[in-house]
Each structure stands twice: as structure tokens, then as C-alpha cells.
Design a protein around this ligand. Sequence first.
Ligand code: SAM
Ligand code: GLN
Length: 292
Amino acid sequence: MRLAAKGKMTVREIIFEATQTLEKAGIPSARLDAEVLLAFLLRCNRLAFIKNPDEAPSKKQLADFERLIARRAKGEPVAYLTGRKAFWSFVLEVNPSVLIPRPDTEVIVEEALSVAQREAWSNPRILDIGTGSGAIALALACEIPGAAITATDISSAALKTAQKNAAALKLDQPVVFREGDLFEPVDGRFDLIVSNPPYIGAEDFESLPAGVKNFEPDEALRAGQTGLEFYQKLIYQAHGYLAENGWLLLEIGATQEQEVRAIFEAHKDFYERVDVREDYAGLPRVIKGRRR
Ligand code: SAM
Ligand code: GLN
């Protein structure tokens, strides 16, 4: 695609050409991506293209857009190109040090809220292990007034991003961020422990979409040979950090229900009321258990 070389072009023509380029590169959401990236660059809303299809961006804007489309054509996720991703009720800053938060992960937020409501906790202590962009912890901070939330990650770059996201939300009660391996940086007991841990096994990793495999952080995705490594550790260790009647909620991969249930079963002296919740595609997505 050589847009800048052509001189003046309307947004209609630009979007048409960029869509073709992305389609040729095998990007499934080509037109949407072209529009989102152009809107990002022109700092406008996609609707503006419908209202003013004959608007002509500057030469510099064309050149910048060409570079973004070239990166997208190589598979780089749109969210890394724009630096932001909508999650729950807000927009998070994202960069290649954090997993791009998935809509499926909103299901663990919903389940956490329904557990918190049923238990009628006041000022619950909540821990989010492997917070990444801060997605889960920040959604809970917005929804549960008075919650004391701690969020951890092993990646200092991810934590920096999460902290920026927290600051942008201007929360009433600050989230506490801690760096380290699983429970190592925290002490005390929690009413609710949530985690969307890495859960991709070695074989499944190879068949991930290129945009995920080549651009999202390995340490956010990979979980040993089987994908179960983190469940084994989290389910075993969380018991020592749960308050009485405290709940452990974990996101799981769509094919992992039986295996993760088996891990809870192996620790049945520790947990009761183990249950799985599906996501909106009808796939198992969240497993929970209450401390005995
Ligand atoms: N919670 C975010 C979300 O749902 O979008 C990110 C989830 S991502 C799948 C897993 C996160 O766990 C990554 O941010 C990764 O850096 C972090 N992580 C990986 N190993 C860890 C460990 N041993 N201890 C703590 N965090 C870890
Ligand atoms: N859901 C992510 C994916 O589709 C994986 C996230 C994780 O490992 N927790 O790749």
C-alpha cells in the first residue's frame, strides 16, 4: 500500500485501500481494523468517516497510517497499536508487557461480584494474582465500595501499567500493587482470591493465533507442558491465604474444566462447593471453590 505517495486521498479511499491490504494479509476484521486505526490516528470517532467521507488527511497522517497498517498486516494486535483496550466499564492502557484483557475475563468479574453480594461482605479483602493490565482488580475496585484490594504480578513492567491504569480511574480506595511470584509478596488472609493465570500448555501454544503467540507476553500465557502448572500451585497455596468462608475464583481455558476440577478434588479437605461458570459462548470459563 502506497498512500502517502499518492498525495491527497479521502478517508473513503484510504479505508478502502487499507481494508484490501489487511484482507490480503489474512486479517479477518480488516475493515473494522482499518477504521479503528484511522480514527485513532485522526483522534476522531469512526462515525466521522460516515459523516465526512471526503475529508482528506494530511500527508504526514497518511504516512503514519501506512506504518500502522503495515504493522497490523504483520499481525500486531490493534490494541497494542492504539495502546488501549476497553474492559468492563473503562478503557485500559495496554502495551506488549501486558496481556490484552479479553471480554471472557469479564465473566470472572461478574462471578466475583455475585459471590461478594451473596456473602454480604462489608469491606472485603480481595487479592488478584497476575493482574497484568489491572483489569480484574480495577473492575472490582470500581464495583465494590470499601473493598481492600491487593494486585500482584511477577512482571514489574506489567505492574507499572496496572498502576497507571489505577491512577487514571481515580479510585476512592487505592489498590495496593505488589511484585512477586504468586503469594510470595503478600501476607494476611483474603475473603476473595481471583486469578486469570497463564494456562496455555506447550502444544496448545503452537496453535494460538499468530497475533497472540507472536505479540503477547509469553509469561502471561504459558503454563508449562500441560497448562495446569498454575492451577496446581494456586489451588494448593491459596488455602493458606483465604479467610474463613473465603472464595477462590480462577479463570480456566475452555477445555480445562475436568482437569482443574480434579485438582480441587485432590484438595477436597481444603475446599467445598466447587462449581464452574460458563462464558457467553457457553464454554466453561470460571471455576470457584470455598475454603472449608
Ligand atoms: N489479570 C490480567 C487479565 O485477566 O487480563 C492478566 C492475566 S495474564 C493471563 C497472567 C498474568 O500473570 C500476567 O500478567 C503474568 O505476568 C502474570 N504472572 C505470570 N506468572 C506469574 C507468577 N508466578 N506470579 C504472579 N504473576 C504471574
Ligand atoms: N484467553 C487467553 C487466550 O485466548 C489466554 C489467557 C491465559 O492464559 N490466561 O489466549
